[in-house]
Design a protein around this ligand. Structure first.
Ligand code: AMP
Length: 133
């Protein structure tokens, strides 16, 4: 079954399109964290970030930078959150790669969405050893 973003790419359902090229599409998120929240969506369906070739990811990040610049210029955004939810456990709802570009403002009242932990004992160095590439 087609993802909601495929339906948008195919023109089967409407969207507010900000940009398009052969590799990606940029639209406004219909349920924004802040107004102007945009999504950079791959034209090819990659279910997760992990599935996407580096060249396409790199291109999409360049486009995300342009969206960030525009949000700062046009909306006065003082910062942005650039987020990829990667697999359902991380909160990914649509299994089709997309980068969230969320305009942020000082004191905009949006709370942090990830609660931080503290390492106990030698947990930090043990984790470093486990994840060393
Ligand atoms: P994620 O949880 O990372 O998969 O994010 C999916 C995002 O897609 C959510 O922020 C939704 O608000 C957004 N979304 C879902 N349907 C649409 C749609 N038809 N047009 C624009 N954004 C959408």
């Amino acid at each position: 079954m087609a993802t909601i973003f495929e339906m948008i790419i195919n023109g089967d359902i409407p969207s507010t399109k900000l940009y398009e090229d052969d590799k990606c599409l940029v639209i406004l998120d219909i349920n924004p964290i802040n107004y102007g929240h945009a999504l950079v969506i791959s034209k090819t369906v990659y279910p997760t970030f992990t599935d996407c070739p580096a060249e396409t990811l790199s291109h999409m990040m360049e486009i995300a930078k342009r969206v960030d610049k525009k949000q700062r210029e046009a909306l006065g955004a003082e910062g942005t959150n650039i987020i990829i939810n990667n697999s359902p456990a991380s909160g990914q709802e649509v299994p089709h790669l997309h980068i969230h570009v969320i305009p942020r403002f000082k004191d905009d009242g949006k709370t942090a969405f990830i609660q931080k932990e503290k390492y106990e004992g030698d947990g930090l160095s043990a984790m470093g050893a486990k994840l060393c590439l």
